[in-house]
Design a protein around this ligand. Structure first.
Ligand SMILES: Nc1ncnc2c1ncn2[C@@H]1O[C@H](COP(=O)(O)OP(=O)(O)OP(=O)(O)O)[C@@H](O)[C@H]1O
Ligand SMILES: [Mg+2]
Length: 281
């Protein structure tokens, strides 16, 4: 099944009873060590950084440097070994967080619509509202005619659209995406990047942390790119991307884009080949 769909520029009103987003992330000297009887892996840190409300930030770094560990710490799936991690909302309410991973994580035995609606039901949203919000987000991701389809009938790109629709339908303050497009071929990946950019341009308040191995993807999508060192990952470089939010695909061809990619690669290159110094892996 093809993936030549386009995200809809629909109204962003989705029956919310609260303003979306405005969550600020703060890591203060955060480290994470994985200990077992036989080994000790210093996976991350110390990392100190602030990600402002509404920022789209990409994390790049060599394999095993702790990017997924950082994402799991933000998601609350792991706790720091040392240091403190906080997510501040303006009114002090607990932040809502959604994650999208590389392997889609959708239920094969549920239809596309049910996959999205289920996430909302799990949040306590009543069935009719869950359904209408799910339909809204499937439309925004260009999936309106696939509501009754089962995931096994969909391409990888379509499955990832379902996973993104499901994450966004929960209207999270913070969206965490860990290599969401890594398993897609180059052209599908580019389409999904453009669609994600469109959504990010519309939903201005949401804070997004996006992990990728692609510098092009990071620059294209983000306000800011953070380059991490090899394990234990620390912040090696923190670069503002000099393009406005309403950028489009043409920036990929610009000199500025390619110069920035070259600069980031210079920083990353030394890390990719640097030998690991901590015992275990
Ligand atoms: N639950 C765990 N127990 C023990 N070690 C772990 C655990 N999770 C991660 N690690 C180790 O911590 C380090 C960082 O892992 P992590 O998955 O965060 O890296 P990553 O930057 O996401 O890598 P990749 O780019 O390959 O996805 C690695 O050495 C990994 O083997
Ligand atoms: Mg990872």
């Amino acid at each position: 099944m093809g993936d030549a769909v386009k995200v809809r520029r629909l109204s962003t009103d989705s029956n919310l009873d609260r303003p979306m987003g405005r969550a600020e992330l703060r890591a203060e000297s955060v480290t994470r060590v994985f200990r077992s009887r036989r080994s000790e892996v210093h996976a991350l840190g110390p990392v100190s950084l602030t990600i402002g409300a509404g920022q789209f930030v990409s994390l790049v770094g060599p394999s095993g440097c702790g990017k997924s560990t950082l994402v799991k710490l933000i998601a609350g799936l792991l706790t720091p070994t040392e240091g403190e991690f906080t997510i501040a909302t303006p009114d002090g309410r607990p932040p809502t967080i959604a994650t999208v991973f590389q392997d889609f994580g959708i239920f094969p035995w549920k239809t596309v619509l049910d996959n999205v609606a289920l996430a909302l039901r799990a949040q306590g949203v009543d069935a009719p509202t869950a359904r209408s919000r799910a339909v809204h987000w499937l439309e925004r991701m260009g999936l309106e005619s696939f509501q009754k389809a089962y995931p096994s009938t969909l391409s990888g790109g379509m499955k990832q659209r379902v996973a993104i629709a499901r994450a966004l339908a929960t209207e999270p303050d913070v969206l965490l995406m860990d290599e969401p497009f890594a398993s897609l071929d180059a052209s599908l990946r580019q389409l999904l990047q453009e669609d994600l950019l469109t959504i990010a341009q519309q939903d201005v308040g949401r804070t997004v942390v996006f992990v990728t191995h692609s510098l092009e993807e990071a620059i294209f999508l983000s306000h800011r790119v953070i380059v991490m060192s090899s394990r234990p990952g620390t912040v090696l470089d923190d670069v503002e991307v000099p393009f406005p939010r309403d950028r489009d695909a043409s920036i990929r061809e610009s000199l500025e884009f390619n110069t920035l990619r070259g600069t980031l690669w210079e920083h990353l290159k030394g890390q990719v080949s640097r030998p690991q110094t901590t015992k275990g892996r």
